[in-house]
Design a protein around this ligand. Sequence first.
Ligand code: 13P
Length: 253
Amino acid sequence: MRSILIAGNWKMNTHLKEARALGSGLAKIQVPQGMEVLLAPPFPYLYPVGEEIKGTSLLLAGQNMNPADEGAQTGEVSAGMLKDLGASHVILGHSECRARGESSELIGEKLAQALKHDLVPILCVGESLEERQADQTIQVIEDQLKLGLGDLTHAQGLDRVIIAYEPIWAIGTGQVASPQEAEEVARDIRAYLAKNYGQDLAEKIQILYGGSMKGENAYELLSQDNIDGGLIGGASLKLESFLEIIEEGEKLA
Ligand code: 13P
């Protein structure tokens, strides 16, 4: 059975004091059985937040990374650096990074590099409002999956990949996808995985929903058959609102 993953993507938010306080607040909770809780602070706070959550089962993630091992890449962060700071996961292909010019091919390179360094990639996929209105949702997502996952095999760690379905129109807008809308796409993602990589792998991979998830809507979203967790932006920035989502997840774990 797939566990429920509640992941907080802090994006470019918090200052050091707040980041530490969020980390230490979360460090006090007992992560419920059958659940995982993950934090993705901004790069400069990975280390201090990592110190706050040391010894707990909370997981740490980078919000992005460069596909190269090292070198002349001003402003970039490598997989090895994320590992050094205690990250076990990395978010890749977030729509905010795609909007800054990241192609699905580049995201595919990053994904392979993450797996090579034993980081679990959280591959974000999602359609814009225009694409949804033009009935292109599934096509857009299949293209993102195809280029993001490429020719990876089980041996390269494909079974460790996590997919996050984040409709762009739901991110930071308060306009959450309905549980049926989210489930429909999550089901299609799982069907795509089954068709291309086999049923066993498709059953194993966690699919998260992201986009205006909060305490009030989390239970219905998380209770869908193909939704195994949430990738949360705004509501992960306050301890109480993030804890509310974890509590909703616990009811289903
Ligand atoms: P919000 O929860 O703020 O809509 O953000 C979702 C998201 O982009 C998480 O990666």
